[in-house]
Design a protein around this ligand. Structure first.
Ligand code: IMP
Length: 193
């Protein structure tokens, strides 16, 4: 069975990624070293690759890096690659700040999309990339306690509840990260499994 080191310190993200890798017969490991990289503002894909290749070069193992964010077309795409850090503070603070920015935007214009890039860097050189997205809309106020990040203020298309009300399994079935991981694993299994 293949082993992949997952380049994230975010326990909630690791759990989501591990569940998907396990279903494919791959063991997910959290790194025992700090991922000492600086994320840029260029692209999700570049950030995902920086994180994975750091671990591959330090540990000599296949590594998976992920970078994701939310984009709101009514705000010109904001906050994109700075989704995790457009203001200092907690996820709750960022949700409140995004809702405040959108307080005058009507429900029909509150569309948003989560995007995720997943890169697997291979210990024997090269890398593979997968992409996934999940469309939906931003709520008027936070709803639910599950998940992390923007989950409480995001209702996926085809649903009437936020991602933070859906169960972990329901989210993992439709998520941008799941789609990106499936896309990259489709290529990875040809190498390793
Ligand atoms: P990063 O990929 O760790 O840089 O995080 C990107 C930002 O998007 C963070 O603020 C996350 O909380 C947010 N984000 C990424 N994926 C999700 C998700 O599945 N649900 C909620 N927020 C997310």
């Amino acid at each position: 069975m293949g082993v992949i080191v997952v380049a994230t310190g975010n326990v909630a993200k690791f759990k989501e990624i591990k569940e998907i890798l396990t279903r494919h017969g791959i063991i997910a490991r959290m790194p025992d070293i700090k991922i000492d990289v600086r994320e840029g503002v260029v692209s999700y894909e570049e950030n995902a690759k920086i994180k994975a290749s750091y671990l591959t070069s330090r540990l000599g193992a296949d590594a998976l890096g992920e970078d994701s964010g939310i984009e709101v077309p009514a705000l010109g795409g904001f906050p994109v690659v700075i989704s995790a850090r457009f203001i200092e503070g907690s996820d709750r603070d960022r949700n409140a700040a995004l809702l405040e920015k959108m307080k005058h935007i009507k429900s029909e214009d509150r569309k948003a999309v989560f995007k995720a890039y997943v890169v697997i860097t291979l210990k024997d050189g090269g890398y593979l990339t997968g992409y996934g997205e999940l469309g939906g809309r931003i709520t008027m106020k936070p709803e639910g306690n599950n998940g992390f990040g923007y989950d409480p203020i995001f209702i996926p298309d085809g649903y009437d509840r936020s991602l933070a009300i859906l169960s972990g399994d329901e989210k993992n079935t439709i998520s941008h990260r799941r789609k990106a991981i499936e896309a990259v694993l489709g290529q990875y299994v040809k190498y390793r499994v």
